[in-house]
Design a protein around this ligand. Structure first.
Ligand code: BG6
Length: 316
């Protein structure tokens, strides 16, 4: 992959130009962060190209991150926005091509490359950061688990009022492959007992807590009173927003592009206790995962094919 690594810049102060977003590479080249002139910021770990932090101008954190998360690639980050590819959930003997992969695939623990930043012309109010991962850049032992030639381009665009994450998957080899993808977003919320999710009314869902039974959502919003792990296929399509309200206030509005499923997950008390990287243990009260993805069945990509999926999260 071509190295277009962006060096820390001082563009913000270039005379005669409007202030530009600042991008820095920090922590011994393990993270990339960007700050808009108005103060909004995003922080991305090169392991997994995982968005770890997204703050508004007042410095309020929008994403939940476990205090005991691993950040060294020994497992996926517990918080932020881990990227799930090419497998969602645990491997299954029913799908042989992905049966050797760890849960949620290989992308979230691989080291990605920072490809550079761009800003929209004349605008100082958004910045796009691009990251790449290809089969050539992963260790041989990981390649052996899923021996296909792929390319991933992941773009994170920070705006004053929103965050967009877009993944483009390409088949760079001769052999077709099946894949799934998911943007596993951990939202920071005040109190799970007051959280309501709208936009999933009347959707069919698979309830993973209840033995993967297929059910239909009632017409009321989704609320939480115990472990929740569901794969929704909303009937209204990706453009219809999913809204997360917290303590009676709409907080986040998620608009999907080309991603037909929405996974809703909260581990609740016992599962949070059982996860060694989940801290504090009562942190389940302050997080909810609402994950846009393509995970019911498989996307088949033939030689040269591409699949693009995205979400934009607006602050409501
Ligand atoms: O512990 P992991 O691998 O990060 O997965 C966390 C959760 O991720 C969710 O997407 C799954 O629906 C859950 O079943 C799973 O428990």
């Amino acid at each position: 992959m071509v190295d277009r690594r962006h060096k820390p810049s001082a563009l913000a102060t270039t005379p005669g130009l409007p202030p530009q977003p600042q991008v820095t590479i920090s922590d011994g080249n393990s993270r990339v962060s960007a700050v808009l002139p108005t103060g909004e910021s995003v922080d991305i770990l090169l392991i997994g190209a995982t968005v770890l932090s997204w703050k508004d101008a007042a410095g309020d954190e929008k994403l939940w991150l476990s205090k005991d998360t691993k950040l060294d690639g020994s497992k996926g980050v517990r918080g932020g926005i881990p990227l799930v590819f090419p497998l969602f959930g645990p491997a299954s003997p029913n799908h042989e091509a992905t049966s050797k992969l760890p849960q949620h695939g290989l992308a979230r623990t691989a080291r990605w490359e920072f490809l550079g930043k761009s800003t929209s012309e004349g605008s100082s109010s958004s910045v796009k950061l691009d990251f790449g991962l290809s089969s050539e850049n992963i260790p041989d032992n990981t390649q052996a688990l899923w021996p296909y030639k792929f390319g991933l381009l992941y773009s994170v665009t920070l705006d004053r009022e929103s965050l967009n994450t877009t993944l483009v998957i390409t088949n760079d080899g001769d052999e077709s492959f099946d894949c799934q993808m998911l943007l596993h977003t951990y939202f920071n919320i005040k109190d799970i007992s007051t959280v309501e999710i709208t936009g999933l009314e009347d959707a069919k869902y698979i309830d993973k807590v209840d033995g993967a039974k297929t059910k239909s959502e009632a017409s009321s919003p989704v609320a939480f009173s115990g472990e929740t792990d569901r794969i929704y296929t909303p009937s209204k399509g990706p453009g219809h927003p999913i809204i997360i309200s917290d303590s009676g206030q709409p907080r986040f509005r998620i608009v999907r592009d080309n991603l037909d499923q929405v996974v809703v997950w909260n581990p609740w008390i016992e599962k949070a206790q059982a996860m060694s990287d989940f801290a504090p243990k009562d942190g389940y009260k302050n997080m909810v995962c609402v994950e846009a993805g393509s995970v019911d069945g498989w996307q088949k990509l033939d030689k040269g094919d591409a699949f693009e999926g995205a979400q934009t999260i607006y602050l409501s």
